[in-house]
Design a protein around this ligand. Sequence first.
Ligand SMILES: [Zn+2]
Ligand SMILES: [Zn+2]
Length: 303
Amino acid sequence: MNAGGLFSCLALPWISHLDMANLTLGLGLPEQSVLQPAWDYLLQYYQAELRSPLFPVVISVSTYFLMVTLYTALDLLAPSWPTLNRYKLHPDRPVTWENIWTTLGLTAYNHLVYIFPAAVGQWLWRPPIPLPPDAPSLMGFLLGILGCTVMFDFQYYLWHLLHHRVAWLYRTFHVVHHQYLQPFSLVTQYLSAWELISVGFWTTVDPLLLQCHCLTAWGFMVFTICVATEDHCGYDFPWSLHRLVPFGLWGGPPKHDAHHRMPGTNFAPFFSHWDWLGGTNLVPTTPTEDTLVTEGLKGSRDK
Ligand SMILES: [Zn+2]
Ligand SMILES: [Zn+2]
């Protein structure tokens, strides 16, 4: 779930309103952000690249392909590596080359038909991004990413709920993503164009609405791609975010895997609170065939 660069042509000049560390220490001197040296380095050596309208597209696409390459390598190693295979949510169901080629085919199609032309359009018509001289504070950077993630989570929850509850919307736009009952990393962007556009729109607009620094916006873009890919990776590693965030607040791969098998549950992409409030939260147990709900699963590619 990314394509954050798809809509960055909408970007307004970046303003750093979350820059809370640049407060004084009581000496009348501004405290320098811990991110300032890195930001200075980037401005000094990579200013032209950072100002390019293509930059958000390049980081979102390269982050996605880096993540899926890593997870796909694990998928190919897992059948002959028991130590790794035991972390799989479905250790008896290896990811096949057919799965990989099919998902890669749609991903390549989406990139060629939608993302590449949008990137060229931005390169041609959008002015370079103005870069502020000051870095965001570390707190501003982290709170900005958190704020954007909370906002995105709500937007996608509503979109997702609607596209399951309205049969026409499900059949027309979302069923593509549900062709796999057991997700693996490449299913993350196995999406219809409308879903890809919706996700790309929020990923770009949310940092603007919260008036984040551009470094925060890029951090949010990279973060959402990483966690969306993790959601679909099919592994439950000890270091997974849902094991680190307390109270079951972060869904993670087990809950999203359950959504693919039981599509009436776990609509929120990241957090659990909207599913708690909506009564759709499901904490998965060991999956078995007889727990599968068949609604909307006709034509699944991995039954
Ligand atoms: Zn999914
Ligand atoms: Zn769904």
